[in-house]
Write a protein that binds this ligand. Sequence first.
Ligand code: SRM
Ligand code: SF4
Length: 570
Amino acid sequence: MATPTNAQTPAADARNLSPTERIKQRSDALRGTLVASLENEITGAISEDDTALLKFHGMYQQDDRDRREERAEKKLERLYSFMIRLRLPGGFMTPEQWIATHHIAGEYSTGTIKITTRQTLQLHGLLKSKIKPTIQSFSKIHLDSIAACGDVNRNVVCAAHPMQSAIHEQVHAYAARLSQYMLPKTRAYYEIWLDEEKLTDKQEENDPLYQDRYLPRKFKIALGIPPNNDIDVLANDLALIAIIENDELKGFNIAIGGGLGATHGNPDTYPRLASVIGYLSVADGDEKLFKAAYEIITIQRDYGNRTDRKLARLKYTIDKYGLDWYKQELEKRTGFALEAARPFEFTDRVDYYGWEQNHQGLWYYTPFIESGRILDDERLPLKTALLEIAQTGKANFRFTCNQNLILADIRKKDKASIEKILHKYGIIAHTEAASAIRKNSIACVALPTCGLALAEAQRYLPSLIGKIEPLLGQHGLSEEKIIIRMTGCPNGCGRPYTAEIGLVGTAPGRYNMHLGADHEGTRLNRLYKENLDEATILSELDLLFRLYKKERATGETFGDFALRQRWYKW
Ligand code: SRM
Ligand code: SF4
């Protein structure tokens, strides 16, 4: 384990900074040449440097990968478009905001609204000329995409279901405040997209947290409320785990260094769950909590790897210098020590499908939304149904990290009218008909928009599950809530490494199979077999399900059984 010395401080690293570091530093507080890029009508793209800066404004330049070949044959440039991701701390929207989002999606994007694994929304397929009108429309309903991507603190996620605890709202408020607290100070977003006046005094955007170099890499914060770990809290750089005693929020355990991204063939990269380093009470105020969160980020800012972006997440900084060193440095910067971590237990990681009631008697309906895709298709007019529900003004919209939606805060007297709409469009029948494994599945976006995808995910997992369901049926396992997740590459956007069955794309039609994570999201799975095609995935699962049915202990989950059987490669 390395101990940081002067030779390893950021100044020394400056000699071999990664290209992105230079782009950030030269960017004039994230403005770059974005205005000129937008005005350039010769291309549907923006300049290369600007693509890196655009992320800090919550957008990615992409192209339709299904059409690359055809366009190349016609000697046309790629069909460039943009994805926008909203900043939605805790995943909350009013019905009015949903109605507006519905129309913005229809007018400017592909029309499909995607719920992400970090409980926010993405729209895909925006042409360059539509970015500004989109952002301006969102701004009118008090939504923005600032820092939804980029080397800053991202969307802060929070346990989704208010029936989970009487103090849900209290914990939820922390997500909004932390998100606000960690926002970059630059006014670039307002100038470029919202046509606000240019700052005359640049001192106003002095940013003590991010300075002019921002973080070495993305940073993610999550607030979990035991016993349900629906947000996979330990997959985050900073995990705050609520400690509740006698229905009162006492404080938070603090865990650091979670992150799931890896690169095939690069053993220096790996998924890691966050390590608990202590506890902070909020009984006498939350200044210490905010200070600790802030300084955890400044340490990463100062010591994170700025040479190799593949090794730049907090998890690598921690593993390089050691957890004890990180704790000591934190203590030095905050001026106080963390208390010993308090006991907590996660027992599940689910969305509560169907109707649930909270402690105040309000009702919640969670429909099953496969891979978080909200659209109307021949089987289910989901988008129309949600619009009609929003138009009643009787339900709020809360998004979950399992890519679902909770129609929330419905008063008793309004429940029947919402239920009528759900029935009318077949949403209840669709939710009830979905199998246990399907309801516990996640697939990342992957093709055709994700530039990093090596294989399909959200377009393929639904049909693969259709072939896994009969296997489970044959072995009498249909009711088992096995968590299955698929990603198109090893970056881990669908958190496949915390799934009981994780399928990670390696090439078109090929996946690595990982087995053995637990139900609670406190144990990573391990690689079982590599580069499997569909036929082999199915034959392997057939064999594994047979053994599981025959030899499992009472109540043993598939993940626990896989681990006990040592179904993994060392
Ligand atoms: Fe992700 C990059 C989609 C959650 C780890 N992720 C991407 C990009 C932007 C591809 C790119 O860089 O060009 C994907 C855009 C696809 C598209 O067309 O929309 C993308 N990530 C997603 C989403 C939409 C997946 C989904 O289907 O829901 C999720 C959006 C979350 C959000 O609202 O902010 C999403 N990404 C995650 C998660 C899960 C989580 O945070 O709980 C992870 C693993 C946890 C982690 O961060 O370690 C994740 N995404 C990555 C990585 C690997 C980072 C690393 O440390 O190596 C990349 C690649 C990168 O950053 O270079 C990536
Ligand atoms: Fe794209 Fe890979 Fe993330 Fe899937 S896991 S969205 S393929 S980067």
